[in-house]
Design a protein around this ligand. Structure first.
Ligand SMILES: Nc1ncnc2c1ncn2[C@@H]1O[C@H](COP(=O)(O)OP(=O)(O)OP(=O)(O)O)[C@@H](O)[C@H]1O
Length: 245
């Protein structure tokens, strides 16, 4: 479903992604862990075409987003990125729109979708994330955990095939992370393909099918959670896990 080969990205002199290659299968949940500044967010943003890469190839669902550092046409890019939904650390909700308005905005911009269908889907997704009673509320009146659940529902409105999460619980008070992780766990059980950059080792261990450890712009190792957490192969993974667990 996601094929990344030899991805490279620098910001000025700083090489943030150095020859990163990995695949994610359909219905797989990949957790990406690693120290701050290791390039996890940049890698995720590159997949969603929120960062331009310098080299390497990205294929999404068999379609080429970029090959050897060169991007597909803008029409094709639009089609490919529409297959992905993204959830950010800081929610990125539109403050001037109600919860329902946030969910309905993107589908309303797409020609040919009936307003009644969009409304029904928004209601269905708000129920799914446990926020049916907040449809007419503005984001400023929600807790962080509720905002993030709205952001997840919003990402699901366009029926993405892949969800990308960039530290979805890092901005939350500890008591609010559980409700967001629960929604993500449910999506994983429904076999949604997900890539989750996270500092939540519990989530990576319990929910992910595979965990990938990144440091200094490189994939140091990846494996099943019990393997990576139980018997890491590399000293760098071992010392990182000793610090965070
Ligand atoms: N737009 C940018 N311009 C310049 N440098 C950037 C930019 N975005 C990220 N960086 C730098 O690239 C490096 C990797 O950042 P990135 O956010 O991908 O790491 P990360 O592993 O996700 O870290 P964290 O866990 O702290 O979010 C960091 O040194 C960061 O300062």
């Amino acid at each position: 479903m996601v094929e990344v080969e030899h991805l490279r990205k620098s910001f000025g002199d700083l090489e943030v992604l150095k020859d990163v290659s990995f695949h994610v299968a359909a219905s797989e949940v990949l957790a990406v862990i690693g120290p701050s500044g290791s390039g996890k967010s940049t890698m995720l943003r590159a997949l969603a075409h929120l960062e331009e890469i310098d080299g390497g190839s990205i294929r999404i669902g068999g379609e080429t987003l970029a090959k050897d550092g060169r991007y597909a046409s803008s029409a094709k890019l639009k089609g490919i990125t529409a297959r992905m939904g993204m959830v950010f650390q800081h929610f990125n909700l539109f403050p001037h729109l109600t919860v329902r308005g946030n969910l309905e905005l993107a589908p309303k911009l797409v020609k040919g979708l009936a307003a009644a269908d969009i409304r029904a889907k928004a209601s269905e997704l708000l129920e799914k994330v446990g926020l049916s009673d907040k449809a007419e509320v503005y984001p400023s009146n929600l807790s962080g955990g509720q905002k993030q659940r709205v952001a997840i529902a919003r990402a699901l409105m366009m029926s993405p095939e892949i969800l990308l999460f960039d530290e979805p619980t890092s901005a939350l008070d500890p008591e609010l992370t559980g409700e967001v992780l629960q929604v993500m766990k449910q999506l994983a059980e429904e076999r949604m393909t997900m890539i989750v950059v996270t500092h939540e080792m519990g989530f990576a261990r319990e929910v992910a099918d595979r965990v990938m450890f990144m440091a200094d712009g490189e994939i140091i190792e990846s494996g099943r959670p019990e393997q990576l957490f139980g018997a890491p192969q590399h000293e760098r993974t071992r010392s990182f896990l000793q610090r965070v667990l």
